[in-house]
Design a protein around this ligand. Structure first.
Ligand code: GLN
Length: 542
């Protein structure tokens, strides 16, 4: 029997609902249950693929090629369950499906309304593509009280009624702020938020209260009384020093026991959280530190590189070191010498990116890494920049560039259709739809025997996730390989270069895919483990 847990948030945004949902998923798994996590986002964009990382953080890509909210990354990292296209939906997609049906005449001329048509579409999404999991956790994006989330809340209210409490549960995350002028914790915002939910017909079963200090018993009682929730089901969610402590601390506060109690499942049993405790212990007591420069564009907003910073931390955990990140806006290299900013670092990472702005700075960072033998990791755009660098500075291909920036005499990176059709140069037009026109999702890649990457993966072929339009141009393979740069990973048909490396360098690898999306704290991605290992070696040199 599949049970549904609906997770909403109140008072303010950024309370960490995604992490909270992921942690609950991990705790239920530790109790032996299977879980799947889903996200319902209340904005009108059809998917987050076209949203600015400045506003919305990273676009997380699933194996089946869906462009989703970064919370799906938390879900995967905490539970190890690969997310699917059917695990993420936005108001925009729901409405566009309903309107498409209306245009097709599927409603037979009936008046199409938010209730029941939109709410039915939401309920259908929540219950679709389930393969007998014990729990489906559905996180509703946004904050209770927003106009946009009303149809979602109405849909989960209806579903709660239809399924009954034995198959559904409502969990609400709020904030209990400490007002220093008064020297007091305040429960009023929580009371108001729950009132708002009650006004929509939803009675929360479990309250998670984000708080920066222990919650006194008297406040817990007060919240329980005013919010009509059992006292033990008011769970303090205290700030913690590392995100890996979250499941441990929620468990200690009784979260999973309360959820089991709600569903009349055994709640007393001991559960084994040693793998979480081990990671926390390693994070708290590292044996050293390395500094990695991330040379990118969206460096002001750390959420834009969420999976990346997590994957680097996983690499640190695997090597028992703390990874300090130096976020560098690549545009600075147009005004200041790279040496000034990169001399002290133990590794340089150029992440995924789009557009010409700041690209020259990334090319300079790749050049610095190559010439100084500093570990370099180029991801997607970062690989393309390293290829351009080699083309211009070693192969002597003046003006070599990517067609993403416009015309170039040497398109060492370009749209696939430009070179796979012989002499006939084809272009995908830039006026075509922006959404969904990229190479998205998991693709296989064959590793060259004897290459460094094949030793790192310890496998002849791999599967990694992509999100890009442009490709390294296979027609330049020979000229580029003469520079010492090896095409060490290729698509199975040999047409698309997927990985490059300089065998003579301490560690210089570029990948066309996004390995950070598959790294997990318990299963650090081999490329990140190896990159941090190289950085540790570098730290002994400088
Ligand atoms: N802008 C590049 C492309 O579309 C790289 C994309 C990326 O780094 N994700 O190919």
């Amino acid at each position: 029997m599949t049970r549904f847990i609906f997770i909403t948030g109140g008072v303010v945004s950024s309370l960490g609902k995604g992490l909270c949902s992921a942690a609950l998923g991990a705790l239920l798994q530790a109790r032996g249950y299977t879980v799947r996590l889903r996200k319902l986002d209340p904005y009108l964009n059809v998917d987050p693929g076209t949203m600015s990382p400045y506003q919305h953080g990273e676009v997380y890509v699933t194996d089946d090629g869906a462009e989703t909210d970064l919370d799906l990354g938390h879900y995967e990292r905490y539970t190890g369950v690969a997310s699917r296209f059917t695990d993420s939906v936005t108001t925009g997609r729901i409405y566009s499906n309903v309107i498409a049906k209306e245009r097709r005449g599927d409603y037979l001329g009936g008046t199409v309304q938010v209730i029941p048509h939109v709410t039915d579409a939401i309920k259908e999404f929540i219950q679709a593509d389930i393969s007998g999991e014990d729990f489906i956790l559905c996180e509703i994006g946004g904050t209770v009280g927003d106009i946009e989330s009303l149809p979602f809340l109405e849909a989960i209210r209806q579903l709660g009624n239809e399924l009954g409490p034995e198959r559904s549960m409502f969990m609400h995350l709020t904030l209990v702020p400490y007002i220093s002028a008064a020297g007091e914790l305040k429960t009023k915002p929580t009371q108001h938020s729950v009132k708002e939910l009650l006004g929509l017909g939803i009675q929360p079963d479990v309250l998670m209260c984000r708080i920066d200090r222990p919650l006194p018993a008297s406040d817990r009682r007060k919240i329980a009384l005013f919010c009509n929730v059992r006292e033990e089901a008011v769970i303090p969610a205290m700030d913690v020093d590392t995100i890996y402590q979250v499941p441990v601390s929620y468990h200690e506060q009784g979260l999973d026991a309360q959820v089991c109690r709600h569903f009349k499942l055994p709640s007393e049993q001991e559960i084994d959280l040693s793998r979480w405790r081990d990671i926390v212990a390693r994070v708290r007591k590292p044996e050293g530190q390395v500094t990695i420069a991330i040379v990118g564009k969206y460096v002001q907003l750390k959420d834009a590189y969420k999976s990346l910073s997590e994957a680097l931390e996983h690499g640190g955990i695997a090597n028992n070191v703390q990874v300090k990140l130096d976020w560098i806006d690549s545009e600075i290299f147009e005004r200041e010498d790279v040496v000034l900013h990169l001399e002290h670092v133990h590794g340089i990472l150029v992440p995924g990116g789009f557009g010409e702005r700041g690209a020259e700075g990334k090319i300079k960072a790749a050049q610095f890494a190559r010439e100084r033998n500093v570990p370099y990791f180029g991801i997607c755009f970062g690989m393309q920049m390293a290829v351009i660098e080699a083309a211009r500075n070693i192969a002597g291909l003046h003006g070599a560039s990517t067609t993403e920036f416009g015309e170039t005499p040497h398109p060492v990176v370009g749209l696939m259709t430009e070179w796979v059709r012989g002499n006939e140069v084809q272009r995908r037009t830039h006026t075509s739809d922006k959404g969904g026109t990229m190479r998205l999702g998991a693709y296989p890649c064959v590793l060259a025997p004897g290459s460094r990457v094949s030793a790192i993966y310890d496998a002849p072929s791999i599967n990694e996730r992509h999100r890009h339009r442009y490709e390294v141009n296979i027609n330049y393979k020979e000229r580029l390989e003469k520079t010492g740069l090896k095409f060490c990973g290729m698509s199975p048909d040999g047409v698309l270069p997927e990985m490059i490396e300089y065998p003579d360098h301490s560690w210089f690898i570029g990948v066309q895919f996004h390995p950070e999306l598959k790294s997990k704290p318990f299963e650090p991605h081999p490329l990140f483990t190896s990159f941090i290992e190289a950085a540790v070696a570098q730290s002994r040199l400088v």
